[in-house]
Structure formats: structure tokens, C-alpha cells
Design a binder for this molecule. Structure first.
Ligand SMILES: [Zn+2]
Length: 279
């Protein structure tokens, strides 16, 4: 699941001035000179309001020049100020997607506030973070709606009262269980609402159901082996959980082992029940 990131070590407001300075010999000089003061102010607002779509407004006046702003992102000249900033953001060492926790290097940069609706944030580092293709496809241009203005967790800004964000419930029959993923009930109410919406909009439950099933098959196999060697099941799974937790409390392995260890009926079943012929 979600992994919190440190904000980029790039001054997003100073970047605006540098980008405009680079355009003093170009055909768009007058456009950029005419809007730079307000652009800088709007970027500062983004930082102050933590990129929240509920608080950061669109900018109607730049709509006619939208493509000029978006092209700064899409077609940066080699060695340009924003090109270097984007390269710095892409040069990360993440091995999981910060939005969903899927294993593998996230290959794209997502615009937290989409560049179509907010072209003036298209190159703003604090609006950009690595994301996997599946999350980006599910997120699209969405930000929120009238009832719920913020759908997604911002990995640079959102912080929570407890580090564990989601909770997995494994329900009987334990030979062929069902899996239910929800926001951790220990979170504050507004935090639960944001996590639930994030899960829903990124289609996390449906995307990860096969992973849960496969992990559960592994747990059944392990339970059979532990029983054969007269080992203690909860202790052994506790070691695995501890190992997974060292990567992250929100790693999927940790969430699965939490689900097993917090479920007394399931532990009883794995310890003494009739395990399905699997495997
Ligand atoms: Zn993802």
C-alpha cells in the first residue's frame, strides 16, 4: 500500500524564475514575463495548501496557453532547467509504487493535480512523483468531486495518526476464504475516508485479489510444513511479519501476516483444522 515520500529537494518556486529566465530569447518571452509573478504565487499556494484539490484553484487565464505550459513538461530541451529537475525526479531508487505498493520500479511520473486541468503545475516537482502504470491508468485526470474533493493520498504531504493504513480481513470458510481490504479502523475518521477513497479509485482491492489468494496458498503450505515439524505456527508467522515490517508496515506481505496473526479463528484453523489438499 501507500508509502510516504520525502518532498523533492528542489525549490519549486525558484524553478519558475529559472524557467522564465531561460525564455528571454524565445518566442514566448512576453507570455512568460506577463504571468511569472502570478505563477510564482500560485506555486507557493500549492506548497502552502499541500497540493489539495479542495484548496488549490485552477487558473482560467492560462487556459488558452495551456499547451505552452504542458510542452515544458513534454518536450524539455536537453539541459534545460526543468529538464534537469524532471531527470532528478526520475532518478529515484524506489522498488515499489508509492501509491499502491506494487513491487517493481515505478516508471512514470504522476501529476498529483493533473496537467490538463492545472497546466501551470506541469513541471512543479512537488506536484510530481513516481507511480506505476496501473495506478496512473486508474487515476487518470481524477482529483475529487463535489462531495469528496480529494480522492488521493499525496505522498509528500499526507501524514497519518498511525503508520498502518489498511487492514485485510480473511473470512471463513478458511479452505476457500474471502478477502476484504479496508482502511485501518485505528485511523482517524477523516484519514479512513481518504484511505478508503484512494483504495477505491486506484482499484487496489480488485488489482491485488490474486496476490492475496496466492499469499494465502503460501500460508496454507507453510502451516502444513510447520505442523509436520511440530513448530509453533504463530511464532513462525510472527518472524515473517517482523521481517516484512522491516521493509514497511504498509508492505503487502506485512498486511497479509497482520491479517493472519490478528485472526484467532484462522490461527486455530491453521494449527489444528483440516487443511485443503493443495498445494
Ligand atoms: Zn501503483
Amino acid at each position: 500500500m501507500v508509502h510516504i515520500l520525502n518532498p523533492p529537494a528542489i525549490d519549486s518556486v525558484a524553478l519558475i524564475d529559472q524557467v522564465v529566465a531561460e525564455r528571454q530569447n524565445g518566442v514566448n518571452k512576453n507570455f512568460f514575463n506577463g504571468m511569472v509573478a502570478e505563477w510564482r504565487q500560485r506555486v507557493q499556494e500549492y506548497l502552502d495548501r499541500q497540493g489539495s484539490p479542495a484548496a488549490v484553484e485552477q487558473w482560467a487565464a492560462v487556459e488558452p496557453r495551456k499547451s505552452t505550459l504542458i510542452n515544458l513538461y513534454k518536450k524539455p530541451a536537453d539541459g534545460s532547467v526543468q529538464g534537469n529537475a524532471l531527470a532528478q525526479l526520475r532518478d529515484h531508487h524506489l522498488t515499489i509504487c508509492p501509491a499502491c505498493g506494487e513491487a517493481g520500479r515505478p516508471n512514470t511520473l504522476d501529476h498529483f493535480l493533473p496537467k490538463g486541468a492545472y497546466p501551470h503545475f506541469a513541471i512543479i516537482p512537488h506536484n510530481l512523483f513516481p507511480m506505476c502504470d496501473a495506478c496512473q491508468g486508474a487515476k487518470g485526470e481524477k482529483t475529487g468531486d463535489a462531495d469528496d474533493p480529494k480522492f488521493f493520498i499525496h505522498p509528500y504531504y499526507d501524514r497519518f495518526s498511525t503508520p498502518k493504513l489498511v487492514s485485510l480481513t480473511i473470512s471463513p470458510p478458511f479452505a476457500t476464504p474471502t478477502f476484504q481490504l479496508c482502511a485501518n479502523p485505528a485511523l482517524l475518521e477523516n484519514e479512513q475516508k481518504l484511505v478508503s477513497r484512494h483504495l477505491l479509485e486506484l482499484k487496489v482491492t480488485t488489482r491485488f485479489i490474486d496476490f492475496f489468494r496466492e499469499q494465502y496458498r503460501r500460508i496454507l503450505r507453510l502451516a502444513a510444513e510447520i505442523r509436520e515439524s511440530d513448530g509453533d505456527l504463530a511464532t513462525t508467522f510472527g518472524y515473517f511479519r517482523s521481517d516484512a515490517n522491516s521493509i514497511s508496515t504498509n508492505s503487502w506481505d506485512c498486511i497479509v501476516y497482520d491479517a493472519v496473526l490478528s485472526n484467532g479463528d484462522l490461527i486455530q484453523y491453521l494449527s489444528a483444522g483440516e487443511l485443503p489438499w493443495l498445494l
